[in-house]
Design a protein around this ligand. Structure first.
Ligand SMILES: C[S@@+](CC[C@H](N)C(=O)[O-])C[C@H]1O[C@@H](n2cnc3c(N)ncnc32)[C@H](O)[C@@H]1O
Length: 316
């Protein structure tokens, strides 16, 4: 990852304009190093040719990704910048886009200026695989399936739980989307003419492994070991309590929000919902009628395993 890759996205994330600041001098120096390095290294070839997303599809992509004023978008292969410019104009979001084609980058920055959103979105010439995406709450893509697959480990490793990935037309192999929409795509001739697919994924928290589990209700405490198995956003497992194994039912993971149901000893269903925060998750316990009957806390007892099953396989 290049130094400007981190700096550019951090600066625009905090709404800092790079001109006329001490940071500017530092970035100028950093840019100098990169220019020097660039003279030695050939400009990376594009992995995908330029095809703009039709504007009505851009609009639906932003709706589906639930973009709002607090979002920071990164468009990997930004083309003429239309996705970020629309996000800034319509929702007040901020963003950063990269493209290997300098003409596209010039075009995108000029279009942002014309649209009056140059303080909110900026574009740079860079290989998308070198862009730091840790600050993105939304990543936008219109690439190709094989490029998406190469990008998948980076998305899962760098983006925070709950952040969204929205892709025009192309999927992510066995990481199935959380939402899909087929829309009319006026003027589109590539892929399926006149029709676009939109896919959205929510980055899942990493929950695979064992957790020490405690739940409290009406002054009584339950204790056990929660064993979770995860494949991307799909999760299952069991609670072992006094040697009795109770499989999790209706388990769901969306970003950092987890829900599962267990059967109480007397046979009643209890629903546990809560938030995953690093090595702990905690939340409310409800009965089958949705009434809160207690609270629960789970603490991780085994090392963190990535949410990406391929990264887990590679590590073993
Ligand atoms: C299909 S266009 C999508 C443009 C824009 N995101 C949109 O939806 O309108 C793909 C863009 O990715 C750029 N691109 C291809 N490979 C890239 C790479 N490795 N790094 C950065 N940009 C790349 C191309 O130059 C092109 O502008």
């Amino acid at each position: 990852m290049s130094l400007p890759g981190v700096l550019d996205s951090i600066l625009i994330f905090f709404g800092v304009h790079r001109r006329s600041s001490a940071v500017n001098r530092f970035c100028g120096a950093a840019a100098g190093w990169v220019l020097a390095a660039g003279a030695a290294l050939a400009q990376p070839a594009a992995d995908v040719v330029y095809v703009p997303t039709p504007q009505p599809v851009v609009d639906r992509m932003l709706q589906m990704a639930r973009v709002g004023e607090h979002d920071f978008l990164i468009d990997l292969g930004a083309g003429d910048g239309r996705i970020l410019i629309t996000a800034a104009r319509r929702y007040g979001a901020r963003g950063f886009g990269v493209d290997t084609d300098p003409e596209r980058v010039r075009e995108a920055n000029a279009a942002a200026a014309r649209a009056g959103v140059a303080e909110k979105v900026r574009f740079a010439e860079r290989n998308l695989f070198e862009q730091d995406i840790r600050g993105a709450s939304v990543v936008a893509l219109y690439l190709m399936p094989e490029v998406n697959l190469r990008l998948r480990p980076k998305l899962l490793a760098e983006m925070r739980p709950g952040a969204r990935v929205v892709s025009h037309d192309y999927h992510m192999g066995d990481w199935f989307p959380d939402a899909t929409l087929t829309v009319e795509s006026p003027g589109k001739v590539e892929g399926t003419p006149g029709v676009s697919e939109i896919y959205v994924w929510v980055i899942p928290a990493a929950v695979s492994g064992k957790w020490s589990f405690r739940a409290w209700t009406g002054g009584a405490e339950r204790k056990g070991e929660l064993a979770l198995v995860q494949r991307y956003q799909h999760v299952g497992g069991a609670l072992v309590e006094d040697g009795h194994k109770d499989p999790l039912r209706e388990a769901k993971l969306s970003g950092d929000q987890i829900t599962f149901a267990l059967t109480a000893r007397e046979g009643a269903k209890l629903v546990f919902s809560g938030r995953v925060a690093g090595n702990q998750m905690r939340g409310a316990m409800r009965d089958a009628q949705g009434r809160t009957v207690g609270s629960w806390l789970a603490t991780r007892t085994t090392p963190v395993e990535p949410a990406d099953p391929n990264a887990r396989r590679a590590a073993n």
